[in-house]
Write a protein that binds this ligand. Structure first.
Ligand code: B12
Ligand code: SF4
Length: 637
């Protein structure tokens, strides 16, 4: 817990909690160190500190702001209730950035606080997404309101003051709906920030902030466009500099920029120029992980400036290699003919790539997925691949359509973590679908392919030790922990009494016996996998020819690729996509479909032939930084 508290008599207690969610046995997913600090928490925490400094509630009622992230800190509702009462009884618990899979846990925390008479409010993507897309409030949100929990939909930048004033009067409304107005975040006085003690509870020396919000595209599975809008809103370079300097001053110098697509942040270049100045002229050693789209290489200077700005890891929303699937999901901006060019460009500057890959589009079957993975391994020069189950996330068009048609979707929101199958698929049974999700990790991260990834990286000048940590993380999370790498952490903590409401509290002996056996099993697996990766790394480094390594994926893009590469010939949809790009290239007179000149030379700054102003990635939000010699590397950022 971190607090801005100072001594006084009656003090308003504002407690901000980023909740976790439940594992399959109903225990809270929690770690000694979690992966990264939450930007949602940083955003609201900083706004709240600003309100405290401005004495929003008057000089006689100071505000203490206390923040906690449940993925690394135990939440004790009774202790919170006590603290509020000891400070005069005025307070609010804000449950922050609640995603759909965290909503059941958020309500369980809130229920106990409500029983103790504490005011509670829930905000974040689940409630915002439902309010933006559905005609009526879904049952789970209504049930929360029935417990006296207040709901906040939309962004807090222009609404938090009103909430605090209402809470100080004890007059919170059941619903605050800010979905219709998206605030300007350009130069707000309190951009995202978390104190260093907070960062120390996570892996590495990384924090996160959003340099912008919104995405111009229309992918049907996406929630972001319906919550944050399709227009790019961004922080000014001054504001970004402020965030960087605040953090640098407290010793934090690695950053995950959470924009779903930094390449489509309209001010990316001015922001990069400022960062480059901070690095090259002012001597700040700062590094970044960003998320981009598969056309980012077509934006003049983007990749070279990423390098100069200290980007070391990049997440790319690849999603699928079957054009029929991409079109069905309205992800037209993803063109298979650009994938190799884009990945080779990142390789050229020695930046590590992570791609998100969604399983369960309408044409997918277990066989087609395994087949596609073999093509990716052979032909795409990609480092990490991470898998997601296609999920109708509340807030997405897919969810809205199924909801309105009354199609069955699993009512348990805890499962909406893009790792569980929650609705039916036209070609796969639920078991086949979840089976292939589990199998995909093993199919991509085979021993042979781990070595190939390292060999390709070594030949491109990527730091192998840093890559080993990331490969370890992404190849081990599912087999070791049964959780997605984005949810993994260091050393799992389980509290016997912190169990999902409705499930019994187990007696100590079986609970601790299982917990101990689990830890022993995981430690053994982790040690084995780390040793294995180290052996591969040593083998690559010991090879005198390793720098000269070359394979099909690393070969420069050429016209004849479209004749022989499986990526372009594997099915009718792929061949049609190549033909279509060929026609577009001929019309615009920009050269060849599979030749990098087309993409890089048309000067259209990433606009595609539909006139879109860019495209995006989304979900997977993570990547990595070069490790500082004296500090542990973060596997995600
Ligand atoms: C960074 C990120 C992560 C990071 C860190 C989380 C974080 N919040 O920082 C990590 C890697 C950990 C992560 C993990 C996951 N993520 Co994520 N993530 C994001 C991402 C890209 C940015 C989050 C962010 O910073 N947004 C900006 C902040 C400022 O917006 P915000 O959270 O909405 O908060 C504002 C308002 O909602 C409001 N507000 C929020 N809470 C409250 C509370 C009160 C009291 C008030 C007044 C206001 C208020 O004020 C805030 C400031 O304006 C979003 C996409 C996006 N564009 O948001 C996906 C997103 C949130 N993630 C998503 C998912 C699915 C996941 C995972 C389940 C994926 C996985 N399997 O690994 C996991 C879940 C982790 C878990 N604990 O279970 C989905 C959630 C969709 C949904 N309906 O739930 C999103 C929307 C992406 C998508 N695919 O659609 N994620
Ligand atoms: S590109 Fe990504 S953020 Fe943009 S609409 Fe598609 S899924 Fe959403």
């Amino acid at each position: 817990m971190f607090s801005s508290k100072s001594a006084a008599k009656r003090r308003f207690q504002l407690v901000l909690i980023k909740p976790s969610h439940y594992d399959k046995d109903g225990y809270v997913v929690q770690w000694v160190r979690s992966t990264m600090p939450s930007n949602s928490l940083a955003a609201v925490y900083s706004l709240a500190l600003g309100a405290a400094e401005r004495q929003l509630l008057g000089p006689d009622l100071p505000i203490d702001v206390i923040a906690m992230d449940e993925t690394n800190t135990r939440v004790r509702p009774q202790a919170i209730a006590r603290q509020i009462k000891q400070n005069g009884g005025l307070g609010l618990v804000g449950i922050i950035g609640v995603q759909s899979n965290e909503f059941p846990r958020a309500v369980d925390i809130a229920r106990r606080l409500r029983e103790a008479g504490i005011q509670v409010m829930i905000g974040g993507f689940h409630v915002s997404g439902c309010l933006s897309m559905l005609k009526e409030l879904p049952a789970d949100i209504q049930a929360a309101q029935a417990l006296g929990i207040s709901i906040y939909a939309g962004e807090a930048e222009e609404g938090l003051d009103e909430v605090l004033t209402d809470a100080a009067r004890g007059e919170l409304r059941p619903l605050y709906d800010h979905m219709k107005h998206l605030p300007d975040i350009g130069d707000i006085p309190s951009p995202p920030f978390l104190p260093v003690d907070f960062v120390r509870r996570t892996i590495g020396n990384v924090t996160s902030f959003d340099a912008g919000r919104g995405c111009p595209f229309q992918c049907s599975f996406c929630t972001i466009i319906n919550v944050q809008g399709r227009k790019s809103r961004y922080r000014s370079p001054d504001s970004v500099e402020k965030i960087l300097r605040w953090n640098y001053a407290q010793g934090v110098n690695r950053f995950f920029i959470t924009d779903d697509n930094f390449a489509r942040n309209k001010d990316w270049e001015a922001i990069y120029d400022r960062i480059i100045k901070l690095r090259e002229e002012d001597g700040l050693d700062i590094r970044f992980c960003i998320q981009v789209d598969t056309l980012c290489h077509r934006i003049p200077n983007f990749i070279d400036k990423s390098k100069r700005a200290g980007v070391t890891r990049v997440f790319i929303g690849l999603e699928n290699i079957n054009p029929a699937n991409l079109i069905a999901a309205k992800k037209r901006q993803n063109k298979i003919t650009e994938y190799r060019k884009m990945l080779l460009e990142w390789k050229r500057v020695g930046i590590m790539t992570y791609a998100g890959y969604i399983l369960g589009f309408e044409n997918d079957t277990p066989e087609s997925i395994l087949h596609d993975l073999e093509i990716i391994k052979k032909e795409l020069p990609l480092d990490m691949l991470e898998f997601f189950v296609l999920t109708p996330l509340p807030g997405s068009e897919d969810h809205k359509v199924l909801y309105e048609k009354g199609v069955w979707m699993d009512p348990d929101m805890n499962k909406y973590d893009v790792e569980h199958v929650v609705t039916a698929h036209p070609k796969m049974s639920a078991d086949e679908w979840s089976g292939i999700y589990q199998a995909a990790w093993g199919a991509y991260y085979t021993d042979d392919h781990l070595e190939t990834i390292m060999r390709r990286a070594y030949a491109c000048g990527i730091n192998l030790r840093s890559l080993r940590t990331v490969l370890f993380w992404f190849s081990s999370a599912v087999p070791v922990e049964g959780l997605h790498p984005l949810q993994w952490g260091i050393f799992r903590i389980k509290h016997r009494r912190d169990r999902r409401s409705g499930l019994p509290i187990e007696s100590p002996i079986p609970f601790y016996a299982r917990y101990a056996a689990d830890i022993a099993r995981k430690v053994t697996m982790v040690a084995k996998r780390w040793r294995h990766l180290t052996r591969i790394l040593n083998k690559v480094e010991a090879d005198p020819n390793a720098r000269l390594y070359m394979d099909e994926a690393l070969t420069a893009v050429a016209d004849e690729d479209s004749e022989h590469m499986d990526l372009y010939t594997q099915n009718v949809a792929a061949r049609t996509a190549v033909e279509r790009e060929r026609r577009v290239a001929a019309k615009t007179g920009n050269g060849h479909v599979t030749n990098g000149n087309v993409a890089n030379g048309n000067g259209k700054n990433g606009h595609d032939e539909h006139g879109h102003d860019g495209n995006g990635h989304d979900h997977a939000h993570h990547a990595h930084d070069e490790p500082h010699p004296a500090e542990p590397a973060s596997p995600l950022v």
